[in-house]
Design a protein around this ligand. Sequence first.
Ligand code: COA
Length: 151
Amino acid sequence: MKLGTVELQNLERVMEIISRSQEQLNSIAALDWTLSMIEFLIKSSQSMAVFDEMSNQRLLAFCFYENKGDICEVMVLATHPDLQGKGYMTRILHSLQQLFSEIWLEVHEKNSNALKFYLACGFIITGRRKKYYKDNSDGILMTWKRELAIL
Ligand SMILES: CC(C)(COP(=O)(O)OP(=O)(O)OC[C@H]1O[C@@H](n2cnc3c(N)ncnc32)[C@H](O)[C@@H]1OP(=O)(O)O)[C@@H](O)C(=O)NCCC(=O)NCCS
C-alpha cells in the first residue's frame, strides 16, 4: 500500500469506484457524477489516494480536497466497495490530519457508515445544510480540529 495523488490516468478507476458506491453516494448525492466532472476535479483539486503496489499501482481509495491554507475542505472521498473496512481511508485521513490543523466536510444524514467513520476519526458535527440532497435529506457539516484532538 502506497500513498500518492490521483492523476488523469486514474480517471476511469475513480469513475468505477464512484459508480460502484452509488447506493452510498450517487443515488442520494447532490449531483450526478460524470467523467468530465472527475477530470475537472483531478485537474483543479488536491488529492490523496492509496495505491496497491502489488497490483500495478491500482487505486484503492481516494480523497479530493481543497487546500485553504491551514484548512482542508473535503470535496469527495471513497474507498472501492470491495475493499472497505481495511483501513485505507483511515490512512488517508490520518495523513491529512498531519498536514492540516482543521478539516471540513459534509455528509448525507443517512450515510451512517461515513458518519460513524468520521466520528471515530475525531470529527464533530458543526452544522446542517437543510434539504441539500436530491431526496430532500440534510447534509451534516463536520469538522476535525487538531486543537481538540486527543493526541
Ligand atoms: C466511509 C468510507 C470512506 C470509509 O472508508 P474505508 O476505507 O472503508 O474506511 P476504513 O477501512 O479506514 O474503516 C474505518 C472504519 O469504518 C468502518 N467501515 C468502513 N466501511 C464500512 C462499511 N461498509 N460497513 C461498516 N463499517 C464500515 C470500519 O469498520 C472501520 O472501523 P474500525 O476500524 O473500528 O473497524 C467508505 O465506507 C466509503 O467509501 N463509502 C462510500 C463513499 C462514501 O460514503 N463517501 C463519503 C461521502 S461524505
